[in-house]
Design a protein around this ligand. Sequence first.
Ligand SMILES: [Zn+2]
Ligand SMILES: [Zn+2]
Length: 301
Amino acid sequence: MGNGGPVVHGYPHLETVRSAITALYRRLSYDTVHTFATSVAPADVAFSDQDDLHMGAQRVARELVRHYRLPDARMIVSFREMEHAASVELAAGPEYFIELNDRFRTHRRDIGAALAHEVMHVYLHRLDLSFPGTRDNEILTDTAATYLGAGWLLLDAYREDAASSQKLGYLTPEEFGYVLAKRSVAFGEAPETWFTSAQAYTAYTKGLAQVRRDEQQPPLTAAGWAGRRRYAKDRRYAQDHGMRGPAPAGPYSFSAEGPQGRGGLRVAFPCPTCHQRIRVPVRGRVRARCGLCRTVLECDT
Ligand SMILES: [Zn+2]
Ligand SMILES: [Zn+2]
C-alpha cells in the first residue's frame, strides 16, 4: 500500500475501477457479492490511541477476516519502519504476516483502513483473482475492498487541511467515493453518517454524482435530452453507413445483427451497475436484464 505524496483528484483510474467491479461479479457471482450486503460497522473497527496497540490491531484484523469470510485465515500484524504504508506476505496460509508502517502507532484510528486493504489482498489471493501489473492489481484491491463493504474506511482516512494531507490506497478520493456510491445504490446502504472526515464525505457526494451520470447514459431511458439527441444522430449514422463510419463518441456502439447485417441494428452499452457490456436490438423501447448483476435496464434504443 502506497504512502505520502500529493493527493491526486478526479477519475484517472476509472476504466480500471469499472473493470474491477465487472471482474468481481464474474468471479464471485451475483449471489456471493450479495452476501456482502452489510458494510463493516464503524464501531466494530474503532481504535483509539488509548487502546493497546498490538491487541487492538489483532482485534481489527480479526473483524476484517470475519467480514470477508476467511474462516481459517489468521493475520499476524506487526509494526516497523518502512517506506510504504503497509504490506502483506501472500503465502499459502493459514497465517498471513501484515506489516504496518510505524507511524500507525500514533495514528491508530487509521489502522482499520490499512487492514481493509491488506486483508483484501489475502481474499483476492485465495480467490486467485488478480489484474496484471502492480498498479491495476492495487486498483482491483481498493475497488474490491470498497465494493464488498470495508473500503469506506480507506476513504474516511483521507484528510486534508492547510498544513498536511493524508490519503491511503491507490484510488483518488473521488474514485473511492464512486465505488462506495455504486455499492450504496446496489445494496441500498446510506454511508453518509459513517464519515469522520469532511473531505471524505465531499468525495463521496462527488462519486455519487458520477454514478448518477452512469445511470443517465443513452440508450437508458433515464438519459437526458442532450444525450438522447446525440444518440439519435449516432444511430442514424450507423443505419445509413453500416459499420463503415467512425465509432460514436458515447459509451455505446452499434453493430449489425444477423448474416450480412440483414437482421437490423444492435446497440451495446455498459451496464450501469456492473459495467459488463449489454447488447440489445435497436427497436424502440426495450427492457433488458443484465445477466451478471441482474439489474433491470429500461432502454429506448
Ligand atoms: Zn496493496
Ligand atoms: Zn450488470
